[in-house]
Ligand binder design. Structure first.
Ligand code: GUN
Length: 279
């Protein structure tokens, strides 16, 4: 048994980061600048932000981390964002999620200038994504589309099912697959007969956050399976997909770790450099 094609996000992320580093070092302009705002002390956020900081340094992007206490007022947070909007050395701005209760992620996303919105969460960028226009779009689904392209997996005309309707992954993933001419179903916790629906899909993208949720009965023979779930367990990181049993059915699959995870930061850097090229 040869097993399914392994879609290595780790490899693509490295290629993207190296290509950006070459572009930046060959440029005579000032380096790209990324501002990351972190509110409070979420432990997972601390890990992600430190990974972003290191990845920026390696690529030649100047990062600035703005740490604010979880008692910060919305007014103060919006003031900080306004100052970064006006700062010409800052190309990209993101506010790490989750935010403390009482601070709306939607209000914060709307305060960032659309051309500096490297998370792609501003309503203008969300609208551009669904309208098929140019803009800055969410990093994780951008990375998944690039991964499918990298491995020659066709999207035109396929039946794709995305499980999970978050603003960060599920909804933008559905929009991007639609832009590539897939027939897209966006499934979620209220979907009836989820396994039956998924088992008809040529491409299954799972962003649920429940280890082992996707079993072989969800998967069509030869389908491509993309696992966006990352759950910390006592045994390490676990995806949504029961990798071993699903591997016996599918044609291609992303591992956890080394699949989708590394792509998010690589495409955050890509978005930052995109904003820098334009600015
Ligand atoms: N928290 C988890 N994922 C993300 C992301 O893509 N962007 C931001 N800003 N926060 C997150």
């Amino acid at each position: 048994m040869s097993g399914p094609l392994l879609l290595s996000g780790r490899k693509l992320a490295r290629e993207v980061r190296e290509s950006l580093a070459r572009e930046i070092s060959a440029s005579s302009r000032r380096p790209p600048g990324l501002a990351v705002i972190v509110v409070g002390n979420d432990p997972a956020s601390a890990v992600y932000v430190s990974m972003k900081e290191k990845a920026c340094a390696k690529a030649g992007i100047e990062s600035r981390i703005i740490r604010l206490p979880d008692t910060v007022s919305l007014e103060e947070l919006l003031n900080r964002i306004r100052r970064l909007n006006e700062d010409d050395s800052v190309d990209g701005i993101l506010c790490q999620l989750p935010l403390p209760p009482g601070i709306s992620p939607g209000v914060v996303a709307s305060a960032i200038l659309p051309r500096k919105d490297v998370d792609g969460f501003h309503p203008v960028n969300v609208g551009k994504l669904w309208r098929g226009e140019e803009g800055l779009f969410p990093c994780t689904p951008l990375g998944i589309i690039a991964l499918l392209d990298r491995y020659g997996i066709a999207m035109d005309g396929i039946d794709a099912v995305v499980v999970g309707r978050s603003n960060i992954v599920g909804k933008p993933m559905a929009a991007m697959l639609l832009r590539r001419n897939a027939t897209v179903t966006l499934a979620h916790s209220h979907t009836r007969d989820l396994a039956g629906l998924c088992s008809g899909a040529d491409l299954l993208v799972s962003a649920v956050g429940k280890p082992g949720f996707i079993t072989p009965d969800f998967v069509k023979e030869g389908a491509t399976v993309v696992d966006v779930g990352i759950t910390r367990t006592p045994d390490g990181l676990a995806g949504d997909v029961d990798f071993q049993s699903v591997s016996a059915v599918c044609g291609a699959i992303t591992p956890v770790p080394g699949g989708v995870g590394p792509l998010t930061i690589a495409f955050l850097l890509e978005n930052t450099v995109k904003a820098w090229r334009i600015g």
